[in-house]
Design a protein around this ligand. Structure first.
Ligand code: SF4
Length: 203
């Protein structure tokens, strides 16, 4: 693990303009050397101005979930867990409302950064948040109920890792507020709170 290599990568990320339909700025968390890698989907319209991922309403829900499970507040989680994403720029609005889902080409371009982050961090635990991130990490495109609530051993960019998937904490989603989502989310959070990598990261 090397903080310098992460900082170099972040400078490259900040300068990246590879996707013509994406709206900058590039959003990423700080260069945190952590055994836990959280992979979000893509920033929303507000994250760019705050300069950090999960900075708005979905983030409030995500950090509440994590605090209730681990006892660590948002500030500590941001200091100790590395935040990445399937795409690091705001994709813009979709025609039918909501945020546009990044295209496979955009996710493919941004994957090069994820590969390098995995090589630098050598994470033991990966937390994909939301369907796009779950597809990116596990290749799973079926129902959330088939993956949330489990710990899966998986190869991710050449490394053996444990993966604990979370649903997207968006207020527009009812999945995590209705059954079986509520129970599966509680199981996932309890599993991640007990995971040795999470305990090590949060001290
Ligand atoms: S989404 Fe990723 S690859 Fe595309 S411009 Fe933004 S940082 Fe670059």
């Amino acid at each position: 693990m090397s903080i310098k290599r992460l900082q170099v990568l972040h400078r490259e990320l900040d300068a990246c303009r590879a996707c013509p339909d994406m709206i900058g700025p590039v959003v990423h968390g700080p260069a945190v050397l952590s055994p836990v890698l959280l992979v979000g989907q893509a920033p929303g319209p507000r994250e760019g101005s705050f300069g950090k991922p999960f900075a708005w309403t979905a983030g409030k829900t995500l950090f509440r979930w994590l605090e209730e499970a681990t006892g660590a507040n948002e500030e500590l989680v941001r200091e100790r867990v590395y935040f990445a994403a399937a795409a690091r720029c705001f994709p813009g609005k979709a025609k039918g409302g909501g945020d546009r889902r990044p295209s496979p080409e955009e996710v493919g371009r941004c994957r090069t950064y994820l590969e390098r982050e995995v090589a630098i961090l050598e994470p033991q635990l990966v937390l994909p948040v939301g369907t796009l991130a779950i597809a990116e990490v596990l290749g799973h495109t079926g129902p959330l109920s088939e993956v949330v609530g489990q710990k899966r051993a998986s190869r991710y960019h050449g490394r053996q890792v444990d993966v604990i998937a979370l649903p997207h904490p968006s207020g527009a989603s009812t999945w995590h507020r209705t059954e079986p989502g509520k129970t599966l989310l509680a199981r996932a959070l309890s599993t991640l709170a007990r995971h040795p990598a999470m305990k090590k990261a949060l001290g």
